[in-house]
Ligand binder design. Sequence first.
Ligand code: PSV
Ligand code: MN
Ligand code: MN
Length: 427
Amino acid sequence: MRIDKQKIKQLNDQALPEHRESFDHLSDVLGRKGFDSKAIVEKLKEFQVAVPSWALGTGGTRFGRFSGGGEPGTLEDKIADVGLLHQLSKSAGAISLHIPWDIPEDVQATKELAASHGLIFDAVNSNTFQDQPDQEHSYKFGSLCHADKEVRKQAVNHNLEVIKYGDALGSKSLTVWLADGSSFPGQLNFKKAFQRTLESLQEIYAGMPADWKLFVEYKPYEPNFYSTVIQDWGTSHMLADKLGDRAYSLVDLGHHLPNTNIEQIVATLMMVGKLGGFHFNDSKYGDDDVTVGALKPYQLFLIFNELVDGMEDPSSDNPYPAWMIDASHNLKDPLEDLLQSLEAIKLAYAQALLVDRTALEEARENNDPALAQEILQAAYRTDVRPLLAEARLQAEGALDPIGAYRRLNVRKELITQRGEKVISTGL
Ligand code: PSV
Ligand code: MN
Ligand code: MN
């Protein structure tokens, strides 16, 4: 399904006078502080976040799954759902696939369908954390780190196949996240596991097209509960460094132990040009994967403050990071959830663009933490929602994406088309 553009326009027209008033007011306030609202709106229009195919269905927990109905049952439906998100938000211009959950039957037709929704294919993701019905060897005791060379070979070949699919679709990067690790002390030889993983990744790296990047994602625990082979950013960076120039670390917000200073990790990785990708979500306890900004919007802002700093730093050769939402849970309508995540990401981005970096640097050099905090919080406490709305309006999206989604009964229409019972592939 696609939303009739005219209907979005009609809703926008109704809300326009109020929006104009708040946008003009904010532009005046920001203008007096030396910020150019127009330039910020342009940056917001450019900022696109990939939506992963596995977030479009209701997420389950190990205790149950409660589908809301109208879920996408095919890759085509998933593309259509991201298309809807993009129509409303104008910020979700890419989809990230997980193979083998999303194998395209007809690559050309899939590419054309995505393009017709204004979408490109972002990083492709391999899956060696589950066994597939037709596979020869099991990943129960690991994949790229496995003690048995044949298992490692199977996992490497799977990644090479994922690259092939991605290449055909126009993706330019592969994200590798491994569940490899151990659940009991003594189970795994840490050094051998690292070395085997490195060798396997080297084979995968060698199999990438010359213009591709490899993102190495880390995670401290789960599904293994004693050790994870790529447990943290240091391990991920060591691997990326040994692999070569086109290998990078990938930071997933949920993949840290409580209270980790993620903004410092971001700053450090960007300083050495090794932050390749970023997975957004939020959490209270672990890898909760709840809506971005639902719990810790200030932390998200502090992270964006470093991301913007890294992106604007002329001495850094860090590539433009690949942004992706990696959130999915079991209560909200997944499309509303993703619209909220997109909004939270862009709010934090816009606020970070309002940090007076020259003044902040001066405060730091003068050892003035109180002033540094004032500067950061002045940006954080600015209500930047009119800037986001203006960016959407100019791009012909919805002034109020969730409002439009509800008023246009999108979920009801999806349920009519797809039924109540379709279960989307994913976790
Ligand atoms: C693992 O927890 C993860 O964050 C990785 O990015 C996976 O690819 C994704 O979730 C989906 O399983
Ligand atoms: Mn992730
Ligand atoms: Mn995760």
